[in-house]
Design a protein around this ligand. Structure first.
Ligand code: EPZ
Length: 417
């Protein structure tokens, strides 16, 4: 079990490049299955989830080489349609391989995905949409046996909820389908736009990415491409929250401020001064943070659920009462009891969390229960008086590359034990 150690209180200051987006890299890796020839993804983070996706590609018969942030994939020799159970269970994103494997080979056999314990994580929207494209999907004992006897055919799909993963899965199947597919109530996250950009660089025709209605013209052969992954907006939100919590001043380089439009106003309301250029975000924290207006997590361009935990850690030290409403996942406050152990004052009831600011947090032994909840404990540990030991830090490593090194690079003494 990995343990992230942080010696606080420390002031976060300096400049640091934003990590490449985990939630963009994962579906992009799945998309490489559809490309003839070699594809190179640049700016990929070195994360256990990314490694797991590379293993899935190799298990399907692809050549996949990761080196210094670049991942080269050649999917010429895909030899199977079956994804090993142990790889499926390693991460939630494994389900996004369903669409491309089915589209590429006409079959797919896989088990239900793993992922963070932040909720049920059903895949009913994925299944219903792929069936509309002509897939035959049987479920038995947690295993999905999928086939497309007549191939996939474009269809008009309406998503009851703008699911990110379902939108990605449909996009990856639709580029293989005969005819036009439209997705209404599609997810609008920047990761969707990045996936659409990549597919178009490979020869696909996709309209409306980033809007609620996506239109995909299927059946066009896709060639390889070199694509730079967008910066990770949640990694950025995490470091901005830590700089705010520690009274620091930080400059994030290689950022895309536009992706943080729902988050920056909340940090400004807390008293932070924020300046953005084309690709940097600079935050200067106030001496004392102010509580913020209710933060309601919503699909993009609303406030991102993944930033709820890190930002909550910041509000633990804000003067006044802050309120959070978690509308996306049903079990995403597991970091609250751990923050209470550090001296925070948080009450949760269903979707709602009420945070009463306290003057100080104190370092102690805490436990990461999921990826972003673990990141929240790191934010709190940076500001807390004394040493914080975060157990199960391997959960944090799923989304933050060498977090201890990144924190140390901007003035927060941190190391792994
Ligand atoms: C993606 O998960 C992200 N993961 C999540 O980030 C992120 O929190 C989430 O989108 C929302 O933005 C990756 O991109 C790898 P959804 P995904 O499908 O695709 C329900 C992180 O910390 N739903 O948009 O699984 C679901 O239960 C991770 O980096 C169904 O009911 O999210 C949830 O309530 C955590 N049926 C809501 O939709 C379905 O078939 C949002 O899920 C699919 C989803």
């Amino acid at each position: 079990m990995a343990c992230l150690m942080i010696q606080g209180p420390a002031r976060m200051e300096g400049s640091i490049p934003v990590q490449g987006s985990k939630n963009s890299t994962l579906p992009l890796l799945a998309a490489t299955l559809l490309c003839k020839g070699e594809t190179v993804l640049e700016n990929c983070p070195a994360l256990s989830d990314v490694t797991a996706c590379c293993e899935i590609l190799r298990s399907l018969g692809c050549r996949c080489v990761a080196d210094e942030g670049k991942i080269a994939v050649n999917a010429e020799d895909v030899v199977t349609s079956e994804i090993p159970d142990e790889l499926m269970r390693e991460l939630r994103s494994s389900i996004v391989f369903l669409g491309p494997v089915l589209g590429r080979t006409g079959r797919a056999e896989l088990t239900f995905p793993g992922g963070c314990e932040i909720g049920a994580r059903p895949i009913d929207l994925h299944i219903a949409a792929l069936k509309k494209l002509g897939a035959v999907i049987e479920e038995s004992g947690g295993r999905l046996c999928c086939s497309a006897p007549q191939g996939l055919t474009g269809a008009d799909i309406v998503l009851p909820f703008p699911s990110v993963g379902a939108t990605e899965n449909i996009m990856l199947a639709a580029v293989c389908a005969k005819g036009i597919t439209t997705i209404k109530n599609a997810a609008r996250e920047p990761e969707i736009v990045d996936l659409a950009d990549f597919l178009q660089e490979c020869g696909a025709k996709i309209g409306g990415a980033g809007e609620s209605t996506l239109c995909i013209e299927g059946g066009r052969p896709l060639h390889g491409a070199v694509h730079r992954v967008i910066p990770d907006r949640i990694w950025a939100a995490t470091f901005l929250s830590a700089a705010a919590a520690t009274g620091g001043e930080i400059c994030l380089t290689g950022a895309q401020p536009a992706h943080l439009v729902p988050v920056l106003p909340v940090l400004e309301e807390a008293g932070c001064r924020i300046r953005c250029t084309y690709d940097t975000i600079t935050l200067k924290a106030p001496a004392v943070l102010r509580a913020v207006s209710p933060v309601r997590t919503m699909p993009y361009p609303g406030f991102p659920t993944d930033a709820q935990a890190p930002l909550m850690a910041m509000t633990c030290l804000a003067r006044g009462t802050s309120l959070f409403v978690e509308n996306i996942f049903e079990c995403r406050y597991k970091h609250a009891p751990e923050l209470l152990r550090m001296g925070a004052n948080i009450r949760t009831e269903g979707k709602v969390a009420v945070v009463e600011g306290v003057r100080r947090l104190f370092g102690t032994r805490v436990c990461a229960r999921d990826l972003r909840g673990g990141a929240a404990l790191a934010v709190a540990g940076a500001a807390a008086y004394g040493q914080t030991a975060i157990e199960h830090a391997e959960l944090i490593e799923r989304g933050y590359e060498s977090l201890e090194k990144s924190l140390s690079a901007v003035g927060i003494p941190a190391w792994m034990e």
